[in-house]
Design a protein around this ligand. Structure first.
Ligand code: MN3
Length: 252
């Protein structure tokens, strides 16, 4: 560790010259440099998300029977937009070279960054991932054979998986997310994370490649469901885009 840091320091000085140190570059800047140039921490197989907020892939009203238009509009244009904006600030303040470091890699070593980076990097990633996990109930689809086999192998049945996932969302105390992940040994596992943490983060108890995530913060459902989080979760199954989940499963 010492040696790595020392060689990174030397490489850094070679590139910046002594002016860098004279200008008071901190150890944080040194570590950021080292991290950006490190080959480790790459999370292969995880869906990548650009640092900037992307257009919502459907109209605010598209999922109306499950997620009302006003909730969708406030969720996307206020809550999620704020995570993206605050992430951009943190990235700038902490000298992350976003051309070189993908968001999944940043999340993989989030313990080395600020709480602001953790909350907003997670918040941004999770919401971009969440929007893409849903489609209008009019475009019905269901899990296809490859992932269906995995559900049966790892949970006993598709219904058993859904129950476990729903319970993870219902039992997450306070704000957080329910997740389906593929672990390093290829198993499907269900769990949850607090706040805006996610399974790509080195600080997360649940680790793996996210295949499906459900926002169980009150802002995601309160206008339509008030205190009835279980009703929101049960209805949400009708808008899951299984084609997308299958693609993530194949890529992971
Ligand atoms: Mn949310």
């Amino acid at each position: 560790m010492e040696n790595n840091l020392e060689s990174n320091r030397r490489e850094f000085l070679k590139m910046t010259g002594k002016a860098g140190l004279a200008a008071g570059l901190s150890m944080t800047a040194l570590s950021t440099f080292a991290e950006n140039h490190s080959a480790s921490g790459i999370i292969s197989g995880a869906e990548e998300v650009p640092y900037a907020q992307q257009p919502l892939p459907y109209a605010y009203s598209a999922l109306e029977s499950v997620i009302d238009t006003m909730t969708m509009e406030i969720h996307y244009s206020k809550h999620a937009a704020a995570y993206a904006k605050n992430l951009a600030e943190a990235v700038k303040a902490e000298n992350v070279d976003i051309e070189k470091m993908k968001l999944t890699s940043l999340l993989g070593k989030i313990s080395k960054y600020s709480v602001k980076m953790r909350n907003n990097g997670g918040g941004h990633y999770n919401h971009e991932f969440f929007w893409k996990s849903m489609r209008s109930p009019a475009e019905l689809n269901s899990p296809q054979s490859a992932i269906m086999k995995a559900f049966i192998k790892d949970f006993g049945s598709f219904e058993a998986f859904k129950t476990q996932f729903s319970d993870a969302g219902k039992n997450r105390f306070g704000s957080g997310w329910a997740w389906l992940v593929k672990t390093a040994d290829g198993k499907l596992v269900v769990g949850s994370s607090p706040n805006q943490d996610n399974p790509l983060m080195d600080v997360s108890d649940l680790k793996g490649i996210p295949l499906l995530g459900l926002d169980v913060w009150e802002h995601a459902y309160y206008l339509k469901y008030q205190n009835r989080r279980p009703d929101y979760i049960n209805a949400w199954w009708n808008v899951v885009d299984w084609k997308v989940v299958q693609q993530r499963f194949d890529a992971a």
